[in-house]
Design a protein around this ligand. Structure first.
Ligand code: GLU
Length: 428
Protein backbone atom coordinates (compact mmCIF):
# COMPACT_ATOMS: atom_id res chain seq x y z
CA UNK A 1 0.00 0.00 0.00
CA UNK A 2 0.99 3.60 -0.55
CA UNK A 3 2.10 4.44 3.01
CA UNK A 4 -1.06 5.48 4.87
CA UNK A 5 -2.88 6.29 1.64
CA UNK A 6 -4.94 3.94 -0.47
CA UNK A 7 -3.37 3.69 -3.97
CA UNK A 8 -6.67 4.08 -5.82
CA UNK A 9 -7.58 7.17 -3.78
CA UNK A 10 -4.15 8.51 -4.72
CA UNK A 11 -4.76 7.79 -8.44
CA UNK A 12 -8.15 9.52 -8.26
CA UNK A 13 -6.70 12.46 -6.36
CA UNK A 14 -4.01 12.95 -9.01
CA UNK A 15 -6.64 12.70 -11.75
CA UNK A 16 -9.04 15.13 -10.04
CA UNK A 17 -6.27 17.72 -9.69
CA UNK A 18 -5.50 17.58 -13.41
CA UNK A 19 -9.18 17.41 -14.43
CA UNK A 20 -9.52 20.76 -12.69
CA UNK A 21 -6.43 22.19 -14.41
CA UNK A 22 -7.78 21.03 -17.77
CA UNK A 23 -11.28 22.24 -17.01
CA UNK A 24 -12.44 18.78 -18.00
CA UNK A 25 -16.16 18.23 -18.63
CA UNK A 26 -17.43 16.67 -15.33
CA UNK A 27 -19.29 13.97 -17.30
CA UNK A 28 -16.06 12.85 -18.97
CA UNK A 29 -14.24 13.06 -15.64
CA UNK A 30 -16.86 10.79 -14.07
CA UNK A 31 -16.16 8.12 -16.73
CA UNK A 32 -12.40 8.36 -16.28
CA UNK A 33 -12.32 8.38 -12.46
CA UNK A 34 -13.48 4.74 -12.40
CA UNK A 35 -12.55 1.55 -14.24
CA UNK A 36 -15.03 0.48 -16.92
CA UNK A 37 -15.04 -3.20 -15.92
CA UNK A 38 -13.84 -5.15 -12.90
CA UNK A 39 -13.53 -8.88 -12.22
CA UNK A 40 -13.01 -10.56 -8.86
CA UNK A 41 -12.88 -14.34 -8.62
CA UNK A 42 -11.77 -17.28 -6.48
CA UNK A 43 -9.27 -19.78 -7.88
CA UNK A 44 -9.24 -23.21 -6.18
CA UNK A 45 -5.93 -24.98 -6.75
CA UNK A 46 -4.84 -28.49 -5.84
CA UNK A 47 -1.54 -28.18 -3.98
CA UNK A 48 1.23 -30.77 -4.30
CA UNK A 49 0.25 -32.34 -0.95
CA UNK A 50 -3.28 -33.04 -2.27
CA UNK A 51 -5.07 -30.27 -0.34
CA UNK A 52 -7.10 -27.53 -2.05
CA UNK A 53 -6.16 -23.89 -1.47
CA UNK A 54 -8.36 -21.07 -2.73
CA UNK A 55 -6.72 -17.91 -4.08
CA UNK A 56 -8.29 -14.52 -4.72
CA UNK A 57 -7.85 -13.21 -8.30
CA UNK A 58 -8.60 -9.87 -9.95
CA UNK A 59 -8.65 -8.13 -13.32
CA UNK A 60 -9.59 -4.50 -13.81
CA UNK A 61 -10.12 -2.90 -17.23
CA UNK A 62 -9.97 0.85 -16.80
CA UNK A 63 -10.50 2.32 -20.26
CA UNK A 64 -10.20 0.91 -23.76
CA UNK A 65 -11.09 3.94 -25.85
CA UNK A 66 -7.64 3.94 -27.53
CA UNK A 67 -7.38 0.16 -28.01
CA UNK A 68 -7.41 -3.15 -26.12
CA UNK A 69 -6.76 -2.93 -22.37
CA UNK A 70 -3.16 -3.61 -21.50
CA UNK A 71 -1.27 -4.22 -18.28
CA UNK A 72 0.43 -6.70 -16.03
CA UNK A 73 -0.68 -9.32 -13.54
CA UNK A 74 0.87 -9.11 -10.08
CA UNK A 75 1.31 -12.02 -7.68
CA UNK A 76 1.65 -10.25 -4.35
CA UNK A 77 0.65 -11.11 -0.76
CA UNK A 78 -0.65 -7.57 -0.14
CA UNK A 79 -2.65 -7.27 -3.37
CA UNK A 80 -6.05 -5.58 -2.99
CA UNK A 81 -8.85 -4.69 -5.39
CA UNK A 82 -7.96 -1.03 -4.89
CA UNK A 83 -4.29 -1.46 -5.77
CA UNK A 84 -5.32 -3.25 -8.95
CA UNK A 85 -7.80 -0.44 -9.72
CA UNK A 86 -5.08 2.17 -9.24
CA UNK A 87 -2.59 0.29 -11.36
CA UNK A 88 -5.16 -0.26 -14.15
CA UNK A 89 -5.92 3.47 -14.16
CA UNK A 90 -2.23 4.34 -14.39
CA UNK A 91 -1.92 1.93 -17.35
CA UNK A 92 -4.48 3.96 -19.31
CA UNK A 93 -2.36 7.07 -18.80
CA UNK A 94 0.86 5.16 -19.47
CA UNK A 95 -0.26 3.81 -22.85
CA UNK A 96 -1.63 7.23 -23.82
CA UNK A 97 1.52 9.12 -22.83
CA UNK A 98 3.66 6.58 -24.71
CA UNK A 99 1.27 7.07 -27.62
CA UNK A 100 0.62 3.38 -28.18
CA UNK A 101 -2.89 2.35 -29.29
CA UNK A 102 -3.87 0.52 -26.10
CA UNK A 103 -6.01 1.07 -23.02
CA UNK A 104 -5.39 0.32 -19.34
CA UNK A 105 -5.77 -2.89 -17.38
CA UNK A 106 -4.20 -4.70 -14.45
CA UNK A 107 -4.67 -8.01 -12.71
CA UNK A 108 -3.49 -9.78 -9.64
CA UNK A 109 -3.63 -12.69 -7.29
CA UNK A 110 -3.15 -12.44 -3.53
CA UNK A 111 -0.19 -14.80 -3.12
CA UNK A 112 3.49 -14.86 -2.30
CA UNK A 113 4.82 -16.67 -5.40
CA UNK A 114 7.91 -17.87 -3.54
CA UNK A 115 5.60 -19.94 -1.28
CA UNK A 116 4.54 -22.10 -4.27
CA UNK A 117 6.32 -24.93 -6.04
CA UNK A 118 6.75 -24.66 -9.81
CA UNK A 119 3.81 -27.03 -10.59
CA UNK A 120 1.58 -25.13 -8.12
CA UNK A 121 2.53 -21.85 -9.78
CA UNK A 122 1.69 -23.28 -13.19
CA UNK A 123 -1.74 -24.48 -11.98
CA UNK A 124 -2.44 -21.07 -10.44
CA UNK A 125 -1.53 -19.30 -13.70
CA UNK A 126 -3.78 -21.62 -15.67
CA UNK A 127 -6.54 -21.13 -13.05
CA UNK A 128 -6.40 -17.35 -13.52
CA UNK A 129 -6.86 -17.83 -17.28
CA UNK A 130 -9.72 -20.31 -16.83
CA UNK A 131 -11.59 -17.56 -14.98
CA UNK A 132 -10.75 -14.73 -17.36
CA UNK A 133 -10.37 -16.20 -20.85
CA UNK A 134 -13.71 -14.96 -22.17
CA UNK A 135 -12.83 -11.40 -21.20
CA UNK A 136 -9.25 -11.18 -22.43
CA UNK A 137 -7.72 -11.57 -25.89
CA UNK A 138 -5.59 -9.71 -28.44
CA UNK A 139 -8.51 -7.43 -29.28
CA UNK A 140 -9.92 -7.13 -25.73
CA UNK A 141 -7.31 -7.15 -23.02
CA UNK A 142 -3.68 -8.25 -23.13
CA UNK A 143 -2.02 -9.03 -19.78
CA UNK A 144 1.75 -9.13 -19.14
CA UNK A 145 4.23 -9.72 -16.31
CA UNK A 146 4.53 -7.42 -13.31
CA UNK A 147 5.67 -7.77 -9.70
CA UNK A 148 5.88 -11.49 -8.82
CA UNK A 149 5.19 -12.83 -12.32
CA UNK A 150 7.66 -13.96 -14.99
CA UNK A 151 7.96 -14.67 -18.73
CA UNK A 152 7.55 -18.41 -18.02
CA UNK A 153 4.23 -17.71 -16.31
CA UNK A 154 3.10 -15.74 -19.37
CA UNK A 155 4.04 -18.76 -21.50
CA UNK A 156 1.77 -21.02 -19.40
CA UNK A 157 -1.05 -18.49 -19.46
CA UNK A 158 -0.82 -18.04 -23.24
CA UNK A 159 -0.86 -21.84 -23.63
CA UNK A 160 -3.98 -22.18 -21.45
CA UNK A 161 -5.78 -19.46 -23.40
CA UNK A 162 -4.78 -20.99 -26.75
CA UNK A 163 -6.15 -24.38 -25.62
CA UNK A 164 -9.42 -22.86 -24.41
CA UNK A 165 -10.06 -20.90 -27.62
CA UNK A 166 -8.79 -23.72 -29.82
CA UNK A 167 -6.09 -21.83 -31.70
CA UNK A 168 -2.54 -20.64 -31.07
CA UNK A 169 -2.94 -17.05 -29.91
CA UNK A 170 0.44 -15.64 -28.87
CA UNK A 171 -0.78 -12.04 -28.83
CA UNK A 172 -3.06 -12.61 -25.81
CA UNK A 173 -0.18 -12.23 -23.32
CA UNK A 174 3.03 -10.28 -23.72
CA UNK A 175 6.32 -10.57 -21.87
CA UNK A 176 6.49 -14.21 -22.99
CA UNK A 177 9.85 -16.02 -23.06
CA UNK A 178 12.08 -15.73 -26.12
CA UNK A 179 11.37 -18.68 -28.40
CA UNK A 180 7.85 -18.93 -26.95
CA UNK A 181 6.43 -15.91 -28.78
CA UNK A 182 8.37 -13.30 -26.79
CA UNK A 183 10.17 -10.26 -28.18
CA UNK A 184 13.86 -9.49 -28.07
CA UNK A 185 14.51 -6.62 -25.68
CA UNK A 186 11.37 -7.12 -23.55
CA UNK A 187 13.41 -8.16 -20.48
CA UNK A 188 15.56 -5.04 -20.60
CA UNK A 189 12.79 -2.74 -21.82
CA UNK A 190 11.39 -1.19 -18.65
CA UNK A 191 14.77 -0.54 -17.01
CA UNK A 192 16.35 0.76 -20.23
CA UNK A 193 13.28 2.91 -20.85
CA UNK A 194 13.80 4.50 -17.41
CA UNK A 195 17.37 5.32 -18.43
CA UNK A 196 16.34 6.83 -21.80
CA UNK A 197 14.15 9.28 -19.88
CA UNK A 198 16.91 9.97 -17.31
CA UNK A 199 19.29 10.69 -20.22
CA UNK A 200 16.84 13.22 -21.67
CA UNK A 201 16.25 14.80 -18.23
CA UNK A 202 20.02 15.15 -17.73
CA UNK A 203 20.42 16.81 -21.11
CA UNK A 204 17.59 19.20 -20.23
CA UNK A 205 19.16 20.03 -16.86
CA UNK A 206 22.66 20.16 -18.41
CA UNK A 207 24.06 17.48 -16.12
CA UNK A 208 27.08 15.41 -17.11
CA UNK A 209 25.92 11.77 -16.74
CA UNK A 210 29.46 10.52 -16.17
CA UNK A 211 29.64 12.62 -13.02
CA UNK A 212 26.28 11.45 -11.69
CA UNK A 213 25.52 8.86 -9.06
CA UNK A 214 22.22 7.01 -8.77
CA UNK A 215 20.60 5.29 -5.78
CA UNK A 216 18.14 2.59 -6.77
CA UNK A 217 15.40 0.95 -4.76
CA UNK A 218 14.71 -2.65 -5.68
CA UNK A 219 16.58 -5.32 -7.64
CA UNK A 220 13.76 -6.83 -9.65
CA UNK A 221 13.48 -6.66 -13.43
CA UNK A 222 13.14 -2.86 -13.61
CA UNK A 223 15.87 -2.00 -11.10
CA UNK A 224 18.32 -4.52 -12.58
CA UNK A 225 18.22 -3.05 -16.07
CA UNK A 226 17.98 0.54 -14.82
CA UNK A 227 21.25 -0.09 -12.93
CA UNK A 228 22.89 -1.70 -15.96
CA UNK A 229 21.69 1.10 -18.25
CA UNK A 230 22.79 3.86 -15.88
CA UNK A 231 26.33 2.47 -15.89
CA UNK A 232 26.64 1.13 -19.45
CA UNK A 233 24.59 3.67 -21.42
CA UNK A 234 25.20 6.82 -19.41
CA UNK A 235 28.60 6.09 -17.87
CA UNK A 236 27.36 6.95 -14.38
CA UNK A 237 27.84 5.19 -11.06
CA UNK A 238 25.21 3.36 -9.00
CA UNK A 239 25.68 3.74 -5.24
CA UNK A 240 23.23 1.06 -4.17
CA UNK A 241 20.28 -1.19 -4.90
CA UNK A 242 17.93 -2.70 -2.37
CA UNK A 243 16.17 -6.02 -2.33
CA UNK A 244 13.62 -8.07 -0.47
CA UNK A 245 15.23 -11.10 1.12
CA UNK A 246 12.70 -13.90 0.96
CA UNK A 247 14.60 -15.97 3.55
CA UNK A 248 14.76 -13.23 6.20
CA UNK A 249 11.41 -11.70 5.12
CA UNK A 250 12.95 -8.26 5.23
CA UNK A 251 14.70 -5.93 2.80
CA UNK A 252 18.31 -4.79 2.63
CA UNK A 253 20.33 -2.13 0.87
CA UNK A 254 23.48 -3.27 -0.96
CA UNK A 255 26.19 -0.72 -1.62
CA UNK A 256 29.84 -0.85 -2.64
CA UNK A 257 32.57 1.74 -2.22
CA UNK A 258 33.32 1.71 -5.97
CA UNK A 259 29.64 1.63 -6.96
CA UNK A 260 27.68 -1.58 -7.36
CA UNK A 261 28.20 -3.96 -10.28
CA UNK A 262 24.68 -5.04 -11.32
CA UNK A 263 25.91 -7.71 -13.74
CA UNK A 264 27.83 -9.35 -10.89
CA UNK A 265 24.88 -9.02 -8.50
CA UNK A 266 22.66 -10.70 -11.09
CA UNK A 267 24.88 -13.78 -10.95
CA UNK A 268 24.18 -14.10 -7.19
CA UNK A 269 20.45 -13.28 -7.29
CA UNK A 270 17.76 -15.98 -7.29
CA UNK A 271 14.62 -16.02 -9.47
CA UNK A 272 12.68 -14.06 -6.81
CA UNK A 273 15.22 -11.25 -6.70
CA UNK A 274 16.90 -12.24 -3.42
CA UNK A 275 20.64 -11.50 -3.43
CA UNK A 276 22.97 -14.05 -1.78
CA UNK A 277 24.21 -12.11 1.26
CA UNK A 278 27.32 -14.15 1.87
CA UNK A 279 28.56 -13.91 -1.70
CA UNK A 280 27.82 -10.17 -1.72
CA UNK A 281 29.79 -9.64 1.52
CA UNK A 282 32.71 -11.67 0.16
CA UNK A 283 32.77 -9.33 -2.86
CA UNK A 284 33.05 -6.25 -0.61
CA UNK A 285 29.38 -5.19 -0.52
CA UNK A 286 28.03 -3.40 2.54
CA UNK A 287 24.59 -4.68 3.56
CA UNK A 288 22.37 -2.29 5.50
CA UNK A 289 18.76 -1.81 6.43
CA UNK A 290 16.36 -1.90 3.44
CA UNK A 291 15.32 1.74 3.92
CA UNK A 292 18.88 3.08 3.63
CA UNK A 293 18.77 3.42 -0.17
CA UNK A 294 16.73 6.59 0.15
CA UNK A 295 19.41 8.37 2.22
CA UNK A 296 22.35 7.64 -0.06
CA UNK A 297 24.34 10.55 -1.41
CA UNK A 298 23.27 10.72 -5.08
CA UNK A 299 22.10 12.91 -7.98
CA UNK A 300 19.43 10.57 -9.31
CA UNK A 301 17.00 8.65 -7.13
CA UNK A 302 15.31 5.70 -8.83
CA UNK A 303 12.54 4.09 -6.78
CA UNK A 304 11.96 0.88 -8.74
CA UNK A 305 10.18 -1.41 -6.27
CA UNK A 306 6.52 -0.88 -5.37
CA UNK A 307 4.06 1.89 -4.64
CA UNK A 308 4.20 4.44 -1.84
CA UNK A 309 7.76 4.08 -0.57
CA UNK A 310 8.66 7.74 -1.10
CA UNK A 311 6.15 9.34 1.23
CA UNK A 312 5.67 11.98 3.93
CA UNK A 313 7.84 9.98 6.36
CA UNK A 314 10.72 9.09 4.04
CA UNK A 315 11.02 11.97 1.57
CA UNK A 316 12.78 14.21 4.11
CA UNK A 317 15.66 11.75 4.19
CA UNK A 318 16.72 12.12 0.56
CA UNK A 319 20.12 13.65 -0.09
CA UNK A 320 20.21 17.40 -0.78
CA UNK A 321 22.23 16.50 -3.89
CA UNK A 322 19.26 14.79 -5.61
CA UNK A 323 18.29 16.57 -8.83
CA UNK A 324 16.21 13.93 -10.59
CA UNK A 325 13.71 11.38 -9.30
CA UNK A 326 13.03 8.72 -11.93
CA UNK A 327 9.99 6.65 -10.98
CA UNK A 328 10.76 3.13 -12.20
CA UNK A 329 7.97 1.65 -10.04
CA UNK A 330 4.26 2.34 -10.40
CA UNK A 331 3.10 4.95 -7.87
CA UNK A 332 6.28 5.09 -5.73
CA UNK A 333 5.84 8.75 -4.72
CA UNK A 334 2.84 9.97 -2.73
CA UNK A 335 1.31 13.46 -3.15
CA UNK A 336 3.28 14.59 -0.04
CA UNK A 337 6.51 13.54 -1.75
CA UNK A 338 5.41 15.50 -4.83
CA UNK A 339 5.03 18.63 -2.68
CA UNK A 340 8.55 18.14 -1.35
CA UNK A 341 9.97 17.79 -4.89
CA UNK A 342 8.17 20.92 -6.05
CA UNK A 343 9.42 22.93 -3.07
CA UNK A 344 12.99 21.75 -3.52
CA UNK A 345 13.19 22.10 -7.30
CA UNK A 346 13.67 18.36 -7.88
CA UNK A 347 12.91 17.23 -11.43
CA UNK A 348 10.50 14.31 -11.28
CA UNK A 349 10.00 11.87 -14.15
CA UNK A 350 6.55 10.50 -13.28
CA UNK A 351 5.96 6.76 -13.20
CA UNK A 352 3.67 6.34 -16.16
CA UNK A 353 6.16 8.17 -18.38
CA UNK A 354 9.37 6.84 -16.82
CA UNK A 355 8.47 3.15 -16.79
CA UNK A 356 6.47 3.07 -20.05
CA UNK A 357 9.28 1.13 -21.77
CA UNK A 358 7.84 -2.20 -20.62
CA UNK A 359 4.41 -1.74 -22.07
CA UNK A 360 5.80 -0.10 -25.20
CA UNK A 361 7.88 -3.19 -25.89
CA UNK A 362 4.87 -5.34 -25.02
CA UNK A 363 3.08 -3.46 -27.76
CA UNK A 364 5.97 -4.26 -30.14
CA UNK A 365 5.69 -7.90 -29.05
CA UNK A 366 2.00 -8.07 -29.92
CA UNK A 367 2.65 -6.38 -33.28
CA UNK A 368 5.32 -9.02 -34.01
CA UNK A 369 2.92 -11.78 -32.88
CA UNK A 370 0.26 -10.47 -35.27
CA UNK A 371 2.73 -10.33 -38.17
CA UNK A 372 4.40 -13.60 -37.14
CA UNK A 373 7.64 -11.83 -38.03
CA UNK A 374 10.23 -10.93 -35.39
CA UNK A 375 12.63 -8.00 -35.09
CA UNK A 376 16.23 -8.04 -33.85
CA UNK A 377 17.07 -6.73 -30.39
CA UNK A 378 18.73 -3.70 -31.97
CA UNK A 379 15.55 -2.87 -33.91
CA UNK A 380 13.38 -3.26 -30.81
CA UNK A 381 15.59 -1.09 -28.59
CA UNK A 382 15.95 1.61 -31.26
CA UNK A 383 12.18 1.80 -31.69
CA UNK A 384 11.83 1.89 -27.91
CA UNK A 385 14.32 4.74 -27.58
CA UNK A 386 12.46 6.73 -30.26
CA UNK A 387 9.11 6.23 -28.48
CA UNK A 388 10.43 7.02 -24.98
CA UNK A 389 12.33 10.09 -26.16
CA UNK A 390 9.33 11.52 -27.95
CA UNK A 391 7.04 10.78 -24.96
CA UNK A 392 9.50 12.53 -22.65
CA UNK A 393 9.63 15.62 -24.87
CA UNK A 394 5.85 15.77 -25.32
CA UNK A 395 5.55 15.94 -21.51
CA UNK A 396 8.45 18.35 -21.05
CA UNK A 397 7.00 20.68 -23.73
CA UNK A 398 3.59 20.59 -22.01
CA UNK A 399 5.23 21.28 -18.65
CA UNK A 400 7.06 24.31 -20.05
CA UNK A 401 4.13 25.59 -22.10
CA UNK A 402 1.64 25.39 -19.23
CA UNK A 403 4.14 26.09 -16.44
CA UNK A 404 3.15 22.88 -14.62
CA UNK A 405 5.00 20.14 -12.78
CA UNK A 406 6.04 17.10 -14.85
CA UNK A 407 3.45 14.73 -13.32
CA UNK A 408 0.63 17.16 -14.09
CA UNK A 409 2.02 17.68 -17.59
CA UNK A 410 2.12 13.90 -18.18
CA UNK A 411 -1.49 13.65 -17.03
CA UNK A 412 -2.47 16.53 -19.32
CA UNK A 413 -0.88 14.88 -22.37
CA UNK A 414 -2.42 11.49 -21.52
CA UNK A 415 -5.92 12.67 -20.59
CA UNK A 416 -6.06 14.83 -23.67
CA UNK A 417 -5.35 11.83 -25.91
CA UNK A 418 -7.82 9.54 -24.11
CA UNK A 419 -10.60 12.15 -24.15
CA UNK A 420 -10.00 12.73 -27.85
CA UNK A 421 -10.41 9.00 -28.57
CA UNK A 422 -13.57 8.89 -26.44
CA UNK A 423 -15.01 11.84 -28.33
CA UNK A 424 -14.10 10.41 -31.72
CA UNK A 425 -15.85 7.18 -30.78
CA UNK A 426 -18.92 9.11 -29.64
CA UNK A 427 -18.58 8.24 -25.95
CA UNK A 428 -19.00 11.79 -24.80
N1 GLU B 1 3.64 -4.44 -15.87
C1 GLU B 1 4.25 -3.46 -16.71
C2 GLU B 1 3.72 -2.07 -16.38
O1 GLU B 1 3.26 -1.80 -15.30
C3 GLU B 1 4.11 -3.82 -18.17
C4 GLU B 1 2.72 -3.92 -18.65
C5 GLU B 1 2.62 -4.54 -20.04
O2 GLU B 1 3.64 -4.85 -20.62
O3 GLU B 1 1.49 -4.70 -20.48
O4 GLU B 1 3.83 -1.18 -17.17
Amino acid sequence: MAGQINAFEMAQKQFDGVAKLLNLDPQIAEILRWPMREYSFRIPIRMDDGTIRVFQGYRVQHNDSRGPNKGGIRFHPNETFDTVRALATWMTWKCAVADIPLGGGKGGIIVDPSSLTTPEKERLCRGWVQNMWKNIGPRQDVPAPDVGTTPQMMGWMMDEYSKLVGEYTPGVFTGKPLGGGGSEGRTEATGYGVIYTVREAMAHLKLDPTKCVAAIEGFGNVAQYAAIGFIEMLGGKVACVSCWDRNDKTSYTYSHKDGIDPRFLLTITDQYGTIDQKKAKDAGYVIEDGEKWIEKECDVLIPAAIEGHVNADTVQKISSRVKIVAEGANGPCTPEADEYFKKNGIFDIPDFLCNAGGVTTSYFESVQNDMNYYWTKKEVLERLDTKMTSAFHAVLDMSQKEGVYMRDAAYMVAIDRVVKAMQLRGWS
